[in-house]
Design a protein around this ligand. Sequence first.
Ligand code: 5MM
Length: 340
Amino acid sequence: MSLNAIAQKLVEPGKGILAADESEPTIAKRFAAIGIGNTPELRRDYREMLFRSREAMTRYISGAILTEETLKQDGADGTAFIALLADSDVIPGIKVDRGTFPMPGSSGEKITEGLDGLRQRLAEYAALGAGFAKWRAVITIAEQAPSRNAMRANAHALARYAMLCQEAGIVPVVEPEVVGDGEPGDHTIERCQEVTEETLETVFNELRLAGVDFTGMLLKPNMVLAGHKAARQADVEEVARRTVETLRATVPAAVPGIAFLSGGQTDEEATAHLSAMNRLDGLPWKVTFSYGRALQNAALRLWSGRAENIELAQAAFAHRARMNSLASLGKWQGDLDRAA
Ligand code: 5MM
């Protein structure tokens, strides 16, 4: 399949991406919250519970972002996860960054690492069947941040990653996350909009310079939101309006789709914001979800590491995926959630 065909399939109407690529420290935190340890078997069982949720995976999920461990892992009965996903027509994706590290010369900012040896790793992932990849850059908002230096360094790394992916026949999902739920977290929505616009402009300039084909990539941005500790939180319509305004100003129409991260929003907020954006007229790209927490929160809690809870957890996952599928079509309504 061409890069454009893969990208189009990932954002096909009514579907979105499941981000199941929590790194070891992150999954350890999620598991600690439900009182279980972080072992390879539990990681396998948890992800298998998600991938075997037939309703969610076949109807609402187009692609799943995996860690390298999951990409190479088998389910409890020996079925390769790649085969399980293929059975639901879900494209496997791979997180290829090596995480975020302190930005040299800056206090509190991060730079994403993982470019060394990436060409070789991508060739291996492509041979294993990965159709797309993901790299997350973190942009911090604080009194002295973001600095131009951190923004440019992160944008440059995203562009090098994206071009390497395209050379390997893999669709790059470009994720520059302006973090809203970090510290100090008291910034206004106006400040988030300003920083998000500058970030996206910088990223697309670097992508253009690197020669990235916009028709064969996806963008995974944050929504424009006030910091989680801000005195004024905007309503759903304002978030949708400001986010789309920012994207229109910076994202070329040649990009097939935008798949948002949820960034610590409640499940219902993430769905409501997505639906409100899709009710706005004349969007030049498909607009959908690539949620981690906002797709998994309820399922993870219900599962709690116990085999007897699998069906209940899968039903919760299917419900959340269906709500976001409706939101990707602009058709979600709060009473559907409340009824459930
Ligand atoms: C699933 O979490 C992804 C990996 O994060 P870490 O490397 O920090 O463990 C993360 O990149 C995720 O894909 C995005 O942040 C979207 O997830 P949320 O939970 O914000 O929707």
